[in-house]
Design a protein around this ligand. Structure first.
Ligand code: PGA
Length: 243
């Protein structure tokens, strides 16, 4: 279960969150947890997550390892700061910051090169869904975002299906809608990377996951976990998503 905090929380609030979540994680039987805080909160998160089955993620990275790129953060910097994961191609980055399938592809390669597991986000807008283009969009994002990877590399990636119309809107995909998209993504993985890799690929669902709908979504055969925004900000709420 992955928490995407977006542009929320300070380092002090990060420590408070982990202090509140720690008893739930130590109680056992929780899924593997990933938390993606804002960059300046990563050190606090790494310290607070020590001894827990929790990995820390960046929310973005640049594809060059270092250089004169003011405002950017690279894979090697995230790795050295204690991250093991990084979100790539979130729809908010595609929508507001000019992310394209091509930049997603470069960032996925850079993440893997740095020893980070990219959580690669794909998903259609409401207009695309209503026009019947969901599968075309998912295929394009999948193929252009991941074309350069081999089987070994896809096994080190996590995919996240995040329908744009469900993100932050309170409007969740039904379990059946999510399952259909996940099954389609897994079929794309199968035709590109083979059945074994497709079977191992973890595909997260993201978009208004909350305590009321998490069980139905996670019960779907091709839904392997969640990428949670709003409902991940409160430790008690996030804890209730862990089953
Ligand atoms: P949400 O965000 O849970 O607030 O809809 C999910 C995401 O954007 O990853």
């Amino acid at each position: 279960m992955a928490a995407n905090w977006k542009m929320h929380k300070t380092p002090a609030e990060t420590a408070e969150f982990f202090a509140a979540l720690r008893p739930r994680l130590l109680a056992g039987a929780a899924p593997f947890v990933v938390v993606a805080p804002p960059f300046p909160c990563i050190p606090a998160a790494v310290v607070a997550a020590a001894g827990l089955d929790v990995a820390i993620a960046g929310q973005n990275l640049y594809w060059e390892p270092r250089g004169a790129f003011t405002g950017e953060v690279s894979g090697p910097i995230l790795k050295a700061a204690g991250c093991d994961y990084v979100i790539v191609g979130h729809s908010e980055r595609r929508q507001y910051f000019g992310e394209t399938d091509e930049t997603v592809n470069r960032k996925v390669g850079a993440a893997l090169e740095a020893g980070l597991t990219p959580i690669v986000c794909v998903g259609e807008t409401l207009a695309e869904r209503e026009a019947g283009h969901t599968e075309t969009v998912l295929r394009r994002q999948f193929e252009r975002g991941l074309w350069s990877l081999g089987v070994e590399q896809i096994l080190n990636c996590v995919l996240a299906y995040e329908p744009v119309w469900a993100i932050g809107t309170g409007r969740t995909a039904t379990p059946e809608t999510a399952q259909a998209a996940h099954a389609f993504l897994r079929s794309l993985a199968q035709s590109t990377f083979g059945g074994e890799a497709a079977g191992h690929l973890r595909i997260l669902y993201g978009g208004s996951v909350k305590p009321e709908n998490v069980a139905g979504l996670m019960a779907q055969p091709d839904v392997d976990g969640g990428l949670v925004g709003g409902a991940s900000l409160d430790a008690a709420c996030f804890a209730s998503l862990l089953g």
